[in-house]
Write a protein that binds this ligand. Structure first.
Ligand SMILES: Cc1ncc(COP(=O)(O)O)c(C=O)c1O
Length: 380
């Protein structure tokens, strides 16, 4: 697709056409999988500024990574994108690329567990970088946590595992007044439902292992934003630390991403039906889904999301020891971690001393999902 056309095309069209051109050699209408790790170099590439060498060594960049970056940048309407080995490599790679000794970070209390470990343990103890983790559902808590040393604000919304929602536009205003870049981990919504860059964020990060790939069969991550920052991340996190995505994973994620808008419609519709069913069930203690009026940040979700995604929490009434019995009775839901797959997944998570089921509602028939939960609830 002609890159200048990107902005004029609707989201669904960009998801299919961005990053794709027929293969020059074979005419194939899909991008090939290029597993080569080394690329022929023009003899004069070090001295002749006109000699183009797009790829040299695949740890630094490769065609499948490049094509996926074109697609993801077009999906988020960002200037540039870098893809990484995982979502954690994208976020922690950004932290390591942009921060130095003496800096301070403000982040959501619910940041992904491996990011939290870097912020709360590795950074202060080994690198002299401090963090303040706050409940970013309260935007003013972010303002209060900023110090003269704050160099980055990082929020995750919806937050894992709680579905907590933070007001991206409000936090972006606070960040911009303080002259601090804002990064948003938008994994739980994905680019079909939430647009952090349009709401004023500087960077948007995704785990591609979730909704964007959508089929639970690849690991990857990305960061999208201004070229100057993305190139700094590429030089440090990819070239120096080596957290490159494999060409195969990039190819797989490129294929999965084409159907993101269709899949997200079904995830959202199914999750709402499942949430409503659970909320009306006498054996269910509580349900948390951003699309329900009962969700504590429902109003913010309505304001900033084009759909409420497929993630929800709930718990059953009575003895907590019955949770494994309930899980054992399920036939359609798989007891497994991860999220954003075609199949529905469920696991018990803990947050702030509260234990609950975290559900990734898949794209099966909603009737089958509800019947499965219903028979398992009847049995406990
Ligand atoms: C919100 C969020 N961010 C980041 C990650 C990490 O992604 P990956 O497993 O691709 O490293 C996850 C994984 O569950 C996640 O839920």
């Amino acid at each position: 697709m002609n890159e200048q056309m990107d902005d004029e095309l609707d989201f669904a069209t960009r998801c299919i056409h961005a990053g794709v051109e027929p293969d020059l050699e074979t005419g194939a209408v899909k991008r090939p999988l290029v597993m080569a790790n080394s690329y022929q170099a023009p003899f004069d590439f070090r001295t002749d500024p006109n000699a183009k060498m797009r790829f040299g060594y695949a740890r630094e960049h490769h065609p499948n990574g490049y094509w996926l970056e074109q697609r993801l940048a077009a999906m988020e309407e960002g200037e540039a994108c870098v893809v990484t080995a995982s979502g954690v490599a994208a976020i922690n790679g950004t932290l390591f690329s942009l921060l130095s000794r003496g800096d301070h970070v403000v982040a959501s209390a619910t940041v992904y567990v491996a990011v939290r470990d870097v912020l709360l343990n590795h950074f202060p103890q080994r690198f002299g970088i401090d963090s303040t983790l706050v409940d970013t559902a309260d935007a003013e808590a972010v303002r209060r946590a900023i110090t003269p040393r704050t160099k980055l604000i990082h929020i995750e919304t919806p937050g894992n595992p709680t579905t907590r929602i933070s007001d991206i536009a409000a936090i972006a205003r606070i960040a911009s007044e303080a002259g601090i870049p804002l990064m948003v981990d938008s994994t739980w919504a994905g680019p079909a439902l939430q647009h952090p860059l349009k709401l004023g964020a500087t960077l948007v990060a995704h785990s591609l292992s979730k909704y964007i790939n959508g089929h639970g069969d690849a690991i990857g991550g990305c960061v999208i934003g201004p070229s100057e920052i993305i190139e700094r991340i590429r030089r440090f996190a990819i070239v120096d630390l080596g957290s490159c995505i494999s060409p195969f994973n990039a190819w797989q994620i490129m294929r999965g991403s084409a159907t993101l808008p269709l899949r997200m419609e079904k995830h959202c519709a199914n999750a709402l039906k499942v949430a409503q069913f659970l909320e009306s069930h006498p054996k269910v203690a509580w349900v948390r889904y951003p699309g329900l009026a009962s969700h504590p940040q429902h109003a913010i979700a309505v304001k900033q999301m084009d759909g409420f995604s497929g993630m929800l929490n709930f718990d059953i009434k009575g003895d907590p020891a019955r949770r494994p019995d309930f899980l054992r009775k399920l036939k359609v839901f798989t007891h497994a971690t991860c999220l954003g797959h075609d199949e529905s997944l469920i696991m018990v998570y803990e947050w702030d001393d509260e234990k609950f089921f975290r559900v990734s509602v898949g794209i099966e028939s909603a009737d089958d999902l509800i019947a499965d939960l219903g028979q398992a609830l009847d049995a406990v």
